[in-house]
Design a protein around this ligand. Structure first.
Ligand code: SF4
Length: 303
């Protein structure tokens, strides 16, 4: 507990390194000390090894350490909608997902609450939690933060959003994003070196890397796929997302103010195959609609 408390009273939980005391003030992410959750739901539309047939138990955390201009979940990431709960309640929420018979617990945008989540997972494991824990993040992680999760997370599901420094600066105020995300993903791979599935194809341990193809930037996607091949190998599971829809402040940026074209989508999917990547999930372009954005209504958050 001591390590977790130190991280929060001079917060260095993520690469922003705000060094703010979260019992008194707020850093870049705007999160205070208690975990804040906006929705607990059964998700049927994640990648097949995550959602399977019974669904994934998504726990959507409020606030965010990246706050992208095009965020589809801006109601919780930027506006901070959600309810603060105790760490004990968070542990019970994890147990409730197991009791529902879901395949896993899916922590969505958890980065700024890593210390609290680590404690809650420890409590839940003592209570009998056995289903896999999926860590579903934006990839902007510190190695120190990830060390707190070593042995507690079974499946890492990080984004790799941008390669180019200027794109990362313009859309997420994080010019060092690609370097940070690359190091973080290597640490995730170190913690879960093998991809292991059950007989129904549900991932029990492993890494699936997500990349949202952005309009006007398909060449940036090539650079990320090149890094995956060179640093993680051609067997790496990669999920290419084509659901981009201009939302939040995206319409203030010309390059982001439209959906992806078929040309851009095909360029990236063809490049994926051309460089010899073997394990991909490719989202249908028909999912590029705001209808897929969850409704945040605190369901499942309170006892
Ligand atoms: S978790 Fe929040 S307060 Fe802490 S370093 Fe990151 S952005 Fe700053």
């Amino acid at each position: 507990m001591e390590q977790q408390n130190t991280a929060l009273t001079s917060c260095n939980v993520c690469p922003r390194q705000c060094h703010i005391d979260r019992t008194k003030g707020r850093g870049f992410c705007h999160a205070f000390i208690l975990p804040k959750v906006a929705l607990v739901s059964t998700h049927l539309w994640e990648e097949p090894p995550i959602s399977g047939t019974k669904g994934s138990g998504t726990v959507f955390f409020s606030h965010c350490n990246l706050r992208c201009v095009f965020c589809q979940n801006h109601q919780i990431s930027e506006d901070g909608f959600g309810k603060e709960i105790t760490i004990e309640r968070l542990a019970k929420i994890f147990m409730e997902q197991q009791l529902k018979g879901l395949h896993n617990i899916n922590l969505v945008s958890p980065t700024h609450f890593i210390p609290q989540i680590a404690v809650a997972l420890g409590i839940a494991k003592d209570m009998g939690l056995t289903i896999p824990v999926v860590y579903n993040s934006n990839g902007y992680e510190s190695i120190e933060g990830l060390h707190l999760l070593d042995g507690l997370v079974d499946v890492y599901l990080p984004d790799f959003k941008y390669w180019d420094e200027e794109i990362a600066r313009a859309y997420s105020a994080a010019p060092n994003y690609s370097n940070i995300a690359a190091q973080a993903i290597l640490e995730m791979r170190r913690q879960v070196p093998e991809d292991i599935f059950d007989t129904n194809g549900i991932m029990k341990k492993g890494l699936i890397l997500r990349h949202l193809i952005l309009p006007s930037h398909y060449r940036d996607s090539y650079k990320i796929l090149n890094w995956v091949k060179e640093s993680l190998g051609t067997e790496t599971y990669v999920s290419l997302l084509s659901q981009y829809t201009p939302m939040h402040r995206a319409n203030t940026v010309k390059a982001l103010s439209r959906k992806l074209t078929t040309f851009e989508y095909e360029k990236v999917t063809e490049y994926f195959l051309k460089i010899g990547l073997k394990n991909g999930f490719i989202q249908q372009r028909s999912s590029a609609t705001s209808d897929y954005t969850p409704i945040f209504d605190l369901k499942g958050v309170e006892e």
